[in-house]
Ligand binder design. Structure first.
Ligand code: HEC
Length: 200
């Protein structure tokens, strides 16, 4: 519960307050207390996140072993959005990945998460690093930001630049000319899963 309190404090630091409407969109950052309905929605967000992560990482692991990092870029480029779309349908929600240092600009944060992600880019706050951050909408939707940390299996494509193979650099430069997603170390916050759960 400490982390939600921190999320609340961060919201205060951002000037959007806790339990008050977020700028735009009518979203409110939630504190420690989730209602029963919100707890259920939050559980569903975690289930979708767990399945997306497990499916994607399993695919990535096999591809890295069999084909190497450069050839595995396509798993992240083509398979990740398809797996996310399958999760949307299966769990009846919206899920995606975002970051304060994007590789693909198409992964920009949804409007409700934008201010938080931007703030993290300027001052990496513990709250968002250790979140979940929950937000609720007056219409009953629940939104969750869940941090993604770098693990050893990610470093071949997101690690320190001098540790990334030349062919991976070349492939990234070709597909992602504005790439900002290298230079991370194991344990760093790489970004977040964002999940938006409709009113249930
Ligand atoms: C084989 C190279 C490769 C590996 C290994 C890899 N990624 Fe990525 N990652 C990519 C590519 C390519 C994209 C852009 C995907 C797209 O076009 O949507 C990406 C995108 C992302 C994004 C979405 C935000 C953005 O910057 O576009 C996150 C978050 C992310 N990766 C985290 C991880 C984590 C965590 C790991 C380890 C579990 C990992 N990646 C392993 C290549 C890789």
């Amino acid at each position: 519960m400490r982390t939600t309190l921190l999320a609340c404090l961060l919201a205060g630091a951002l000037g959007i307050g806790c339990g008050r409407p977020d700028e735009g969109g009518g979203w409110t950052v939630l504190g420690e207390q989730l209602s029963d309905a919100q707890t259920k929605q939050s559980d569903q967000a975690y289930d979708a996140r767990d399945e997306l992560f497990a499916t994607l990482f399993a695919r990535l692991k096999v591809s890295l072993q069999e084909h190497g990092a450069a050839a595995s870029i396509d798993v992240c480029k083509s398979a990740a959005p398809k797996i996310a779309a399958a999760m949307n349908t299966k769990h009846d929600l919206k899920i995606g990945r975002t970051s304060f240092r994007l590789r693909n600009q198409g992964n920009a944060a949804p409007a409700w998460a934008h201010a938080h992600v931007e703030a993290f880019a300027k001052a990496p706050a513990e709250a968002l690093a250790n979140a979940p951050m929950h937000l609720s909408h007056a219409d009953g939707r629940l939104a969750v930001l869940l941090p993604i940390r770098l693990m050893s299996g990610c470093a071949a494509c997101h690690g320190p630049t001098d540790q990334i193979a030349p062919e991976v650099h070349a492939a990234l430069a070709e597909h992602y000319p504005t790439d900002k997603a290298t230079g991370f170390r194991i344990g760093d916050v790489r970004g977040w899963f964002w999940v938006e759960v409709p009113a249930r």
